[in-house]
Design a protein around this ligand. Structure first.
Ligand SMILES: Cc1cc2nc3c(=O)[nH]c(=O)nc-3n(C[C@H](O)[C@H](O)[C@H](O)COP(=O)(O)OP(=O)(O)OC[C@H]3O[C@@H](n4cnc5c(N)ncnc54)[C@H](O)[C@@H]3O)c2cc1C
Length: 390
C-alpha cells in the first residue's frame, strides 16, 4: 500500500485494464498540448469514452464496467499525471452517467446512457450558484410543480463542463421551508426551452475543465427526469461529493509526483559550486519533504477509497484526504519549482500550470475550510458519545 503499483494489485484484472487505458490515453492524447476549444475538448472526451473511461462505475447491464470506486480514483490519478484539468472534466462526465444509470427512470436511461457512454452527449453536475457555494442548502434555484412535471428557475455558477455539456444534473429547491430536505435533483437538457448557457470562466487553473455557468428561466422538466426526489436530493448530492473529494486528493498526488520527478531529474544533473544541486541540504531536504507529503497524500486517498469500496463511512477519511492534499499540493509544487531555479517557472517545464490546478482543486467539491468543519463535527460527536458512556 502507498504506491500505485501495490494498490493496483488489489484491483480486478478488468479494473487494471481501465487504469492502463487511462495511462495510454494520457500518453497518446493529452501529452502534446491538445486544443481545449469546445470542439477539441469534446473530441478528447469522445476518445476517452471510446476506451471505457466514462463507464468505469456504470453497471455492466447498462453498458459500463461495473468497476469499483478505487478503479475510478486510479484512472483519475493516471490522467492527472498528464492533464489534471481533463481528468476532472472526464470524471465529472463519468459521474453523471453513472448516476443516471443507477437512479434514472427507464426511458431516461434508454435515451441518455448509451449516448453518454459513447461521448456523443456530455454531462455535468450543478450545485453551486452565484450566491451560494459551500452553503449548498442555501441555494435559490427553485423547482415548482406543474401538471406534468416541474418548472425550474435560477442560476448555476462554476460548473465543470457546463460550457459544452448537453446533460445537466441540476439541484433545485422544491420547498424553501423544508431547507435541505426540500432539495431535489433534476436532469435538464441543453436543448430544453428556458435553458440559457452563459460564458465559460476565464480563470487560473481551469484549463481543460470547460467551467461555465447557466440560468434557467421557466425551464420545464418532465416528471421522469426527476433523478432524486426530495427529501433525497441533498443526501444524494453529498454522497457524490464525498467520493469526488477522494479522487481529487489522488489527482493532487499525481501532480505532486510529476513535479517531484521533474525537479529531481533537474537537481541531479544541474551543477553548482562543484556538485549537483540535489547534494545541497537545502535542496535535498526540501525534496524529501515533498516526497513525504506525496506519500501521505496517497495513503490518505487510498485508505479513503478502500473505505468507500467497503461501504464504510468514509466522510471523515475523504475530508482528511482532500484537506491534506489541498494544504500541501501547491506548496510542494512550488518547492519543486524552486529546486529548478529559473527553469522551474518556464512554460516548457510546465510546473506553473500545475500550481493553477492545485489552487482550483482547493474549491472543487468543498474547500479545505469545509473539510475542517466536517472533521471537527465528527470529533465533537465522538467526544459527546464518549462522555455519555461515562
Ligand atoms: C475549477 C472549479 C470547478 C468547479 N466545478 C463545480 C461543479 O462541477 N459543480 C458545482 O456545483 N460546483 C463546482 N465548483 C464550485 C465549488 O464547489 C465552489 O467554488 C465551492 O463549493 C466554494 O464555494 P464558493 O466559491 O461559493 O465560496 P464560498 O462558499 O463563498 O466561500 C468563500 C470562503 O469562505 C469559506 N467558508 C464558507 N463557509 C465557511 C464555514 N462554514 N467555515 C469556514 N469557512 C467557510 C470558504 O472555505 C471559502 O474560503 C467549481 C469551482 C471551481 C473553482
Amino acid at each position: 500500500m502507498g504506491t500505485t503499483a501495490s494498490f493496483d494489485n488489489g484491483l480486478a484484472l478488468e479494473e487494471q485494464r481501465l487504469v492502463v487505458n487511462a495511462t495510454d490515453f494520457a500518453r497518446d492524447h493529452l501529452a502534446h498540448n491538445p486544443s481545449f476549444d469546445s470542439a477539441g475538448h469534446r473530441e478528447l472526451l469522445r476518445l476517452a469514452c471510446g476506451v471505457g473511461l466514462a463507464g468505469i462505475e456504470v453497471p455492466v447491464e447498462s453498458g459500463g464496467a461495473g468497476a469499483s470506486f478505487s478503479a475510478r480514483m486510479r484512472v483519475c490519478e493516471e490522467l492527472a499525471r498528464t492533464h489534471p484539468g481533463f481528468a476532472f472534466s472526464l470524471v465529472n462526465h463519468h459521474n453523471i452517467v453513472s448516476r443516471i444509470a443507477l437512479s434514472g427512470q427507464p426511458s431516461v436511461k434508454r435515451d441518455l446512457v448509451p449516448a453518454m457512454l459513447e461521448g456523443a452527449l456530455i454531462g455535468c453536475t450543478a450545485m453551486t450558484e452565484p450566491q451560494s457555494g459551500s452553503d449548498f442548502a442555501g441555494m435559490q434555484t427553485t423547482a415548482t410543480r406543474t401538471q406534468d412535471g416541474w418548472r425550474l428557475n435560477g442560476a448555476k455558477a462554476w460548473i465543470t463542463n457546463a460550457s459544452l455539456a448537453d446533460v445537466f444534473l441540476v439541484y433545485a429547491q422544491t420547498d424553501a421551508a423544508a431547507g435541505a430536505a426540500g432539495i431535489a435533483g433534476f436532469i435538464v437538457l441543453a436543448e430544453d426551452a428556458g435553458f440559457i448557457r452563459g460564458d465559460a470562466y476565464k480563470a487560473t487553473g481551469v484549463e481543460g475543465m470547460a467551467v461555465g455557468q447557466f440560468s434557467l428561466e421557466d425551464c420545464r422538466v418532465p416528471e421522469e427526469r426527476v433523478l432524486y426526489p426530495a427529501p433525497g436530493g441533498f443526501k444524494a448530492a453529498l454522497r457524490g461529493v464525498n467520493q469526488a473529494r477522494v479522487h481529487v486528493a489522488a489527482m493532487n498526488a499525481a501532480m505532486v509526483e510529476n513535479a517531484m520527478n521533474t525537479a529531481l531529474r533537474h537537481a541531479s544533473s544541474r551543477q553548482a559550486f562543484g556538485k549537483s544541486i540535489v547534494e545541497f541540504q537545502g535542496v535535498g531536504w526540501s525534496l524529501a519533504d515533498v516526497a513525504t507529503h506525496l506519500h501521505a497524500m496517497r495513503l490518505l486517498a487510498y485508505v479513503a477509497a478502500e473505505a468507500i469500496d467497503s461501504n464504510h463511512d468514509a466522510q471523515v477519511s475523504a475530508a482528511m484526504a482532500k484537506k491534506y492534499a489541498n494544504d500541501h499540493a501547491a506548496s510542494a509544487i512550488s518547492a519543486c519549482m524552486q529546486a529548478m531555479g529559473a527553469r522551474g517557472i518556464t512554460d516548457e517545464v510546465g510546473l506553473a500550470r500545475l500550481l493553477g490546478w492545485a489552487k482550483a482543486f482547493c474549491y472543487t467539491d468543498g474547500t479545505p475550510e469545509m473539510m475542517n468543519e466536517r472533521i471537527v463535527r465528527a470529533l465533537r460527536k465522538n467526544t459527546q458519545e464518549v462522555s455519555m458512556q461515562h
